[in-house]
Design a binder for this molecule. Structure first.
Ligand SMILES: NC(=O)N[C@@H](CC(=O)O)C(=O)O
Ligand SMILES: [Zn+2]
Ligand SMILES: [Zn+2]
Length: 338
């Protein structure tokens, strides 16, 4: 069994960097180990025009320091005009659709998905990918499964529109992925590891609470198998979603798990545990490069077997964030970054 592995240009295809002091704190933590990341637009107010997007990108580039790191920008879906889309096309990797109220900072999202199909049509014609937080407003455990109907409808009606099912959490979603050529998906680290039991089966763990909520053991199994086999349409997207400690350890805990600083080491441990280290490169970079046609800056990240104790908190810029696995010791660590 290999005791180390060098990963080329790791990519995080779903990342929240926030803004202001939180952005200052968390951006270098991703920029250090990843060559690029898809930056989610759910700021307050949302990133839904080019001026805001360009300014946000500049702030990210300033916050990343000297690290080689490409932020792949997204716009927050709204009823864009053809001219707006044409101007945005070369500056974005895609447009992210949130059903209104489905998750953190999504109040400005779409209220009725069938009322915006003219925008999907234009995006299809212009080759702009659509990324989707795919949950209905149904019972919390059924929201993703119910939304699969919308994915099927969109995939069929707009066969040239590239649609990413973001942060999938169910076995059903894995199956739908194979039904349509134009569907692809991201999956998080936590959904490969935990189930609802880890969130709420014993003492409540707010640091594992996110949307979509972690599901059943058989769902985790299906997601994990697809990731370990480096399913060609599945990409790593951490959905690392930092919230201040005070917004997590309180009554009315915000949804989001912060995994950016430990994601690569923890994925190496997971793939090693299942003797699938050889497939990590595809899951963590090659699939995304092929599906999105991105060409990230060169970066080699070597992981090796060895103890790595995750910080109990990340602090700085007046912010405190608690990561997943806080204070725990992992079996794999990053040993070198070139
Ligand atoms: N995943 C989450 O639970 N939260 C994300 C939003 C999202 O990706 O849905 C956040 O912005 O905090
Ligand atoms: Zn989401
Ligand atoms: Zn997210």
């Amino acid at each position: 069994m290999a005791d180390s592995l060098t990963l080329r240009a790791p990519l995080d295809m779903h990342l929240h960097l926030r803004d202001g002091e939180m952005m200052e704190l968390v951006t270098p933590l991703t920029a250090e180990t990843f060559s690029g990341a898809v930056i989610m637009p759910n700021l307050v107010p949302p990133v839904d025009n080019l001026k805001r997007l360009q300014e946000y990108r500049e702030r990210i580039l300033a916050a990343k320091g000297d690290h080689k790191f490409d932020p792949y920008m997204t716009l927050f879906f709204r009823d864009y005009t053809e001219q707006e889309l044409a101007e945005a096309r070369d500056q974005i990797i895609g447009i992210k659709l949130y059903p209104a109220g489905a998750t953190t900072n999504s109040e400005a999202g779409v209220k009725a998905i069938d009322s915006v199909e003219h925008v999907f049509k234009m995006m299809e014609e212009m080759g702009i990918p659509l990324m989707v937080h795919g949950e209905t407003h149904g019972f919390v455990m059924d929201r993703e499964r119910e939304f699969l109907t919308s994915y099927r409808h969109l995939a069929e009606k707009f066969p040239k529109l590239q649609i990413t099912m973001e942060h999938i959490t169910t076995a059903d979603a894995v199956s739908v992925l194979d039904e349509f050529e134009n569907l692809r998906a991201t999956v998080t680290l936590q959904h490969l590891i935990i189930t609802l039991d880890d969130v709420a089966g014993g003492l409540l763990n707010p640091h594992l609470f996110c949307k979509p909520i972690a599901k059943r053991p058989e769902d985790r199994e299906a997601l994990l198998n697809a990731a370990l086999e480096a399913h060609p349409k599945l990409m790593f997207g951490s959905d690392s979603a930092p919230h201040p400690r005070s917004k997590k350890e309180c009554c009315g805990c915000a949804a989001g798990v912060f995994t950016a600083p430990l994601a690569v080491a923890r994925l190496a441990q997971l793939f090693d545990q299942h003797s699938k280290l050889d497939n990590l490169q595809a899951f963590l970079s090659d699939n995304a490069q092929r599906l999105y046609g991105v060409n990230p800056p060169a970066k080699e990240v070597t992981v090796e077997r060895g103890a790595f104790t995750v910080a109990s908190a990340y602090e700085g810029h007046g912010q405190t964030v608690i990561p997943m696995h806080a204070g725990e010791t992992l079996d794999w660590k990053i040993s070198q970054i070139d």
